[in-house]
Write a protein that binds this ligand. Structure first.
Ligand SMILES: Cc1cc2nc3c(=O)[nH]c(=O)nc-3n(C[C@H](O)[C@H](O)[C@H](O)COP(=O)(O)OP(=O)(O)OC[C@H]3O[C@@H](n4cnc5c(N)ncnc54)[C@H](O)[C@@H]3O)c2cc1C
Ligand code: SF4
Ligand code: SF4
Length: 427
């Protein structure tokens, strides 16, 4: 058998459903070699556009969060943190919201991540915030943006469940040599932690890593299904909001001539069995942001809002301060009036709000075993207590997860086409 070419090795990450579109491989290979761009599937994926060599692909495999996530070591895992078997390291967990009512209203849940982004700029703790804003080319997705004012941070608040490539420009941001904060999904934060092993500027310049607890992005085809149900063609969209303006607030699609609003549950479905997720999200070892300083989540008991009363819910985040830096930031932001803290809570409350995260954390190890059974690229997920959690599940449950994974792979549910850029896609 001939050895795959460097391009084929990178494409294999996508083809085996492991790419989550963080964008970091573009920064490793160089923008003249790998573009991370909208592909024919509607995802943001790497497309090889130059001469890629094996050594660069080796580095990509070491940094790509699709295939490697190492749990926290050092400060986060160290002295002062309690390690919960499911929820990982934490120093304080609270119910909280942005003290500014406009930020709370516009934010995805209670606006905590936006308020923290604004606070670190206001107090000079960082020069800029790297996060995502609605994409100009695809309103259902996001694109990386550097905010240097509180107004910029505010404008880019809200959750975007579509592809966003938050780290596509990380090399350029590091080149600025300025201290910054990152607000991004747990897998993006894991990519950053992986990158830190290869680029010492990451630990020097990234002062705060802020994340959301994340159940997964919505596949583009799933979003298309929603748009079809409300009678809007994706190409006619001028703006799209998944949620925010209350909690969760409406899902809102705009064209030049129409505005349609639906309940959040009309997008996702009324229960977890209706959620559609990319393969990498189904085997996610860390949707809870163990590598971040602070992780912010929703607080709906059972993991989903109800249809009653959600129009009037102003939004409350559960906020996990994991590191010393995260704890100090949380408490300083509350002391200085950027955040309101309602009360302290604990990991058991998180499990009530996020039962899907608890289930997934237990299921990842047998799912990885199923991937290995099929001879596929088996992601290296370490330091996240996955084997220990699986050992607490009955053996037949684990075996079903493992066999189900093999079945999904056999019927093509864990396979993506070779990434090909859409015509005129930006890089
Ligand atoms: C894909 C996805 C899945 C989620 N799944 C869950 C879940 O299972 N359970 C749960 O409790 N909460 C989940 N959330 C988080 C929840 O929607 C809120 O984002 C979180 O509670 C923080 O709310 P906030 O009001 O503080 O955020 P805001 O103040 O509105 O700030 C959100 C920040 O996130 C950034 N951002 C938005 N979309 C993306 C993206 N796609 N990639 C990277 N950065 C982005 C924005 O730029 C902004 O800075 C998910 C969010 C996303 C984006
Ligand atoms: S997950 Fe990130 S690093 Fe890995 S292939 Fe996808 S875009 Fe590249
Ligand atoms: S579920 Fe995991 S892999 Fe999927 S978007 Fe969220 S953090 Fe990333």
């Amino acid at each position: 058998m001939t050895r795959p070419t460097p391009a084929e090795r990178l494409e294999a990450i996508v083809e085996q459903g492991l790419c989550i579109g963080c964008g970091v491989c573009r920064s490793i290979a160089g923008s003249d070699t790998v573009a991370v761009t909208l592909t024919e599937t509607g995802y943001q994926q790497p497309v090889v556009i130059g001469e890629l060599d094996h050594s660069t692909v080796d580095t990509i495999y070491d940094v790509c969060p699709g295939v490697r996530v190492d749990g926290p070591t050092g400060a986060a895992a160290g002295r002062g943190a309690t390690i919960d078997p499911v929820w990982g390291p934490w120093r304080r967990i609270v119910r909280s919201w942005a003290a500014d009512p406009d930020v709370r209203y516009e934010g995805s849940t209670g606006g905590v991540l936006t308020a923290l982004g604004q606070y670190v700029l206001r107090t000079g703790l960082v020069d800029v915030v790297l996060h995502t804003r609605p994409s100009v080319d695809d309103p259902t997705g996001g694109e990386p943006t550097l905010s240097s004012t509180e107004a910029d941070v505010f404008r880019s608040g809200g959750s975007r469940y579509g592809p966003a490539a938050p780290l596509r420009d990380i090399a350029e941001v590091l080149d600025l040599g300025r201290p910054f904060a990152v607000i991004a999904k747990p897998c993006d934060i894991a990519a950053l932690a992986n990158l830190a092993r290869h680029d010492e500027r990451v630990d020097e310049l990234v002062r705060y890593r802020l994340t959301m607890v994340c159940g997964g992005i919505g596949p583009p085809a799933f979003t298309d299904g929603f748009l079809e149900r409300i009678g809007i063609d994706r190409h006619d969209l001028t703006a799209f909001r998944y949620r925010g303006r209350g909690c969760p607030g409406p899902t809102r699609a705009e064209t030049a001539v129409r505005v349609e609003e639906r309940h959040y549950l009309d997008f996702w479905g009324d229960d977890e069995s209706m959620w559609s997720l990319p393969w990498r999200c189904k085997i996610c070892p860390d949707g809870i942001g163990e590598l971040a300083d602070i992780a912010a989540a929703d607080t709906w008991p059972g993991g989903s809002p109800t249809r009653d009363g959600s129009e009037t819910d102003p939004g409350t985040n559960a906020v996990i301060a994991r590191t010393t830096a995260g704890l100090e930031l949380l408490e300083a932001a509350a002391r200085d009036g950027a955040l309101t803290i309602e009360c302290d809570i604990g990991p058991d409350d998180m499990s009530v709000y996020q039962p899907h995260q608890v289930r997934k954390k237990h299921a990842v190890a047998p799912r990885l075993a199923g991937i290995a059974d099929m001879g596929r690229i088996t992601p290296r997920f370490t330091g996240l207590r996955l084997d220990e959690l699986a050992a607490t599940s009955p053996p037949d449950v684990n075996e079903r997860q493992r066999a189900g994974t093999r079945d999904r792979i056999r019927i093509g549910k864990a396979t993506e086409p070779t990434p090909r850029a859409r015509p005129n896609s930006p890089s």
